[in-house]
Design a protein around this ligand. Structure first.
Ligand code: ADP
Ligand code: G6P
Length: 483
């Protein structure tokens, strides 16, 4: 039995350097937070980027950066500023990300970004091949590395390769607009098994393969002539016990040990006589429906004025992809909207929105999950959305209401949540009211079912399922010839 090599653009750790000192923090984002548990428990190495360009790491600190990464079985891939610009900010986040999330108007088709994407995928390929031994299994992740499976396959035809796409795969009509659609599909088909969060994404992918490359599809198998490639859906779960245990600890810990945030939450609940908290947590990304969510909340306060001073929206947004213009515009829009609503409705004792634009330690996330009566999650598109699952898992007394967009992959599994269409403004507004007024027995009834499901299909189970299916593909694999 060989080792598993995980490859994703971003490592689960983020390196920062200030005053010639290295600081290591956890990465934010579903891929990193979810997969980390699988990585920590197994015999795997993880290849990826530290978040810094090679120019930002002084020469005398390079060995130490590698050492810090190796302490977590991670291998850093070094990217130059120019590569980051064209590959990461360029093709990954100005072409694939918006296109796959149906933001056609944000999608750029720039040949120099495509060139950068190919170059960096090759760089990852070299880093993998260098460390690949016979019998190893390779697991490639996400939209930044769609070409990698084929590149590895060409160098190591007999290796077992899995690929998991963490974002939606769009419908054929959208995907076909991409000038490099054939190359992208061929890149993915270098794998033995391709995984998606939902059945719909998988069907979209298979249809594109059939229409664009003309390969025969038999149920979920693609016949590419000299090999069979399987696809399937594996909805990613969370480390349920980790969140549950943290929430239990949160409940039993003495007040004196509370974090500053928890103290502030408690104080405000006391002063405002039990104001209810509505929580939203995301990376600051246009796919998350953040601006519309704030507008809907403002309209809610207007339509149901009896809720003024009785409710507060806590909005946590992590800075993300800040070099991409759409993210900068969104930041501005959100700042303005928050300012406008707070300006319009605030009273001496009450601020309608508490807005934090930063990452937070795990402990504080738990404080927020445990203290909020409602979680409001409204993406216009989202591959999965782990925040929804994390919120439910921390509700120790089973109370709490999850409002979730039907456009999130997670909505397929979390039917007992209040499911909304993120474009239906009135519906969001009325659902907020419904959530705030839902009887406790009903909350408990819904959450018990959700929790049972989340516990059963945890991230460990997800990874195990994918790996078992990947290993089974070995049995049926035929010799590889170049496509
Ligand atoms: P995405 O992968 O698009 O970012 P997900 O909801 O699937 O969205 O995953 C986000 C992950 O990042 C979750 O595990 C969540 O706990 C974590 N996270 C989100 N916001 C913050 C924050 N402000 N501080 C720390 N972690 C965060
Ligand atoms: C999503 C993507 C991940 C990505 C994460 C954070 O979860 O699926 O691949 O790592 O967002 O985005 P970033 O651009 O900071 O890596």
């Amino acid at each position: 039995m060989g080792k598993t090599i995980i490859i994703s653009n971003r490592l689960p750790l983020q390196i920062n350097i200030s005053d010639n000192k290295i600081e290591v923090t956890p990465s934010v984002g579903g891929l990193a937070t979810g997969l980390k548990s699988f990585h920590q428990e197994g015999d795997s190495i993880w290849i990826g980027w530290t978040g810094l360009s090679s120019e930002e790491i002084p020469e005398d600190l390079q060995d130490e950066v590698e050492k810090k990464a190796m302490e977590q079985n991670c291998v850093p891939v070094s990217l130059t500023t120019d590569e980051i610009e064209r590959f990461y900010y360029g093709f990954s986040n100005r072409t694939i990300w918006p296109l796959f999330h149906y933001f056609m108007e944000y999608t750029e088709f720039q040949p120099e970004h495509w060139e950068g994407y190919k170059t960096v995928n090759k760089k990852y390929c070299e880093a993998v091949v260098e460390r690949l031994d016979d019998g190893d299994t390779v697991w490639v992740h996400d939209y930044q590395l769609l070409l990698l499976p084929e590149m590895i396959r060409k160098k190591k035809p007999n290796v077992t390769i899995g690929f998991f796409n963490h974002i939606p795969f769009p419908s054929y009509e959208v995907f076909r607009t991409l000038p490099w659609r054939e190359e992208i599909l061929r890149g993915m088909l270098g794998s033995d098994l391709i995984g998606f969060h939902t059945y719909d994404y998988e069907r979209h992918f298979l249809r594109s393969v059939n229409r664009i490359l003309r390969h025969d599809i038999n149920f979920n198998s693609v016949n590419i002539g000299n090999r069979i490639v399987k696809s399937d859906s594996f909805p990613m779960g969370i480390d349920y016990n980790k969140f549950r245990d943290a929430a239990l600890e949160h409940r039993t810990k003495p007040r004196s040990e509370n974090t500053d945030i928890q103290k502030k939450l408690d104080y405000h609940k006391y002063v405002t006589r039990n104001t209810k908290l509505i929580l939203s947590i995301d990376r600051l990304d246009y796919t998350k429906g953040i601006a519309n969510r704030i507008r809907a909340y403002g309209y809610f306060l207007e339509k149901y004025p009896e809720y003024q001073e009785k409710v507060r929206l806590i909005m946590l947004a992590v800075p993300s992809r800040t070099n991409v213009p759409q993210y900068q515009l969104l930041k501005k829009e959100v700042d303005e909207l928050v300012g406008r609503i707070n300006g319009k409705f605030a009273t001496v004792n009450w601020t309608p929105i508490w807005y934090f634009y930063r990452s937070m330690p795990f402990e504080n996330l738990i404080d927020l999950y445990c203290s909020s009566e409602v979680a409001l999650i409204t993406p216009t598109r989202d591959g999965m959305n782990l925040v929804a699952k994390e919120y439910i898992s921390t509700r120790i007394d089973n109370t709490g209401v999850l409002i979730l967009s039907e456009m999130a992959g997670a909505a397929h599994e979390l039917n007992e949540a209040l499911i909304i269409n993120p474009n239906n403004f009135e519906q969001i507004v009325d659902t907020i009211k419904q959530a705030l007024e839902m009887p406790e027995e009903e909350q408990i009834r819904r959450n018990k079912v959700l929790q049972r499901r989340l516990k059963r299909y945890s991230v460990e189970k997800w990874a195990e399922d994918f790996m078992t299916n990947l290993k089974n593909t070995r049995k049926t694999r035929k010799a590889f010839k170049t496509i």
